[in-house]
Design a protein around this ligand. Structure first.
Ligand code: ASP
Length: 459
């Protein structure tokens, strides 16, 4: 059996709902469907989740809410109208949206979570009605009834272990079970959501808990491309890759699938198929366990991310000082900051950080504290930092591959400030300036994916 998750753009309006119904009808193995909230219908549109956040903020600030609720109701109404649904269905949805401010929440954070979760909840409710009307027997499954228990972090929850036992024990009704994504219940019974985009996580949890043969994740692209299509024109699609390749690529910035969602799938060894609702006949990308995987290419994908910064330290005989790194990491820990990588030499060390966790004030405070605690001769903050990740199971077996990666970079005038290889046998990490990042991706892509007589010079 398969668990199938549809993203926001796949459920944005009546026409998209009709595609989802056709996909569900096409294969009776699709027995569990996970819904997102209605997403964007066109580039300038607003997701229902964002409208709900606005609604929650208005309630918290005791501001005007009438227009915003009406806008949310209209999004569901348009779908209900497209299917000529019984007025009762919309009546329930409308009522639940208008009654939200009357529910008593533990605090503002739980209120926010409770409002946000309604996006998926009401869409699942609507989907259940649509499927039944279209001749597919369907039952709505509330995460509480199913036993999706999450940690006490209202807007950034994690699944609790007991969930899997409860799901295994849950008796699924006949037909299709429709489950809202994105949220679960804490042990005290409050709604808490995963981080944004977290319906993917719900799908993976259900695939694991119900021991599915396959987890199908439908979005609006044909799968994962070997490089970002905004950087490389018409990149090749990746047909098959392993869990750990996907982990490395999504760490590097590939956004098709939520990076936390892979973990429940790995735990249950359930293959994932990323597919396109608008083009369901395309095979999409399969993400599979490492065992028995035979890589067809040396590299699978190249990705760059530009949200890094680095602290560079220099001090003679740094490598001889016992506890130096510990002191440094304690400074970061006191400020609640995690680090990504720490390449070091005999007298030098660079700490690479995700700079989205820093404010200017925090950065200054950290640098001042490091200066005081470890007395480096040089301490520099480098904010012009980009990381290129070259990922592939095939890399582990190739000799001389690094040359094939670095040569095109040299020809494209990309200066490489850091190379990190070895921690993971299947990826190579390169540091460069932000300005060079796209050029680097194009140059490496050309070298590995474009036949020699068709390559263009990378500018
Ligand atoms: N609707 C939620 C969001 O926009 C969750 C999801 O779509 O996966 O973040």
């Amino acid at each position: 059996m398969r668990v199938v998750k549809f993203g926001g753009s796949s459920l944005a309006d009546g026409a998209q709902f009709a595609k989802v119904v056709a996909i569900m009808k096409a294969n009776p193995d699709r027995q569990v469907i996970v819904t997102s909230a209605p997403g964007k219908r066109h580039p300038g549109d607003v997701k229902v989740t964002d409208l709900l956040i606005k609604y929650a903020q208005a309630v918290l600030q005791q501001g005007e809410t009438a227009a915003i609720v009406a806008e949310i109701v209209a999004r569901y109404q348009a779908i209900a109208t497209a299917f000529n649904l019984d007025a009762q269905v919309m009546g329930k949805i409308e009522n639940e949206l208008y009654q939200l401010p009357n529910i008593s929440f533990k605090n503002a954070d739980y209120l926010m979570a409770g409002f946000k979760a309604r996006g998926e909840k009401l869409n699942a409710f609507l989907m259940t009605a649509v499927l039944n009307q279209e001749g597919v027997e369907a039952t709505y499954g509330e995460p509480k009834t199913l036993g999706i228990v999450v940690t006490d972090h209202p807007n950034d929850a994690e699944v609790s272990r007991e969930t899997y036992d409860r799901l295994t024990a849950f008796r699924r009704p006949l037909g299709v079970l429709v489950v809202p994504g994105f949220y679960g219940y804490t042990s005290r019974g409050d709604i808490a959501t995963f981080s944004r985009g977290g319906s993917d996580i719900t799908g993976a949890i259900l695939a694991n808990g119900f021991h599915a043969d396959l987890y199908e994740n439908f979005t609006d692209v044909d799968g994962v491309a070997a490089a970002d299509p905004r950087v490389v024109a018409n990149p090749q699609m990746i047909q098959e890759m392993t869990y750990r390749e996907m982990r490395e690529l999504s760490y590097g910035g590939f956004g098709v699938f939520h990076d936390e969602a892979i973990l429940p799938a790995i735990a249950g060894q359930i293959p994932i198929n990323l597919k396109n609702t608008n083009h369901p006949s395309a095979p999409g990308t399969m993400i599979v366990p490492e065992q028995h995987f035979v890589p067809k290419h040396a590299i699978t994908g190249i990705v760059s991310s530009q949200h890094f910064g680095a602290i560079y330290l220099h001090r003679y005989l740094l490598n001889k000082e016992v506890g130096f790194t510990l002191k440094l990491l304690q400074v970061l820990a006191r400020h609640g900051i995690s680090y990504e990588h720490m390449p070091s030499g005999i007298d030098d060390l660079t700490i690479i950080l995700d700079d989205r966790q820093l404010t200017e004030a925090k950065r200054k405070a950290i640098c001042a504290e490091i200066q005081e605690v470890v007395h480096p001769d040089v301490l520099k903050w480098i904010d012009d930092y980009a990381i290129i990740m070259v990922v592939g199971e095939g890399m582990a077996q190739r000799t001389g591959l690094i040359q094939t990666i670095l040569q095109p970079l040299a020809s494209a005038g990309v200066h490489v400030s850091m190379i990190n290889e070895g921690a993971s046998q299947i990826s190579l990490m390169l540091g460069t300036s932000r300005e060079s990042a796209n050029r680097a991706v194009k140059a490496i892509y050309n070298a590995f994916f474009i036949p020699i007589n068709q390559r263009l010079e990378v500018q």
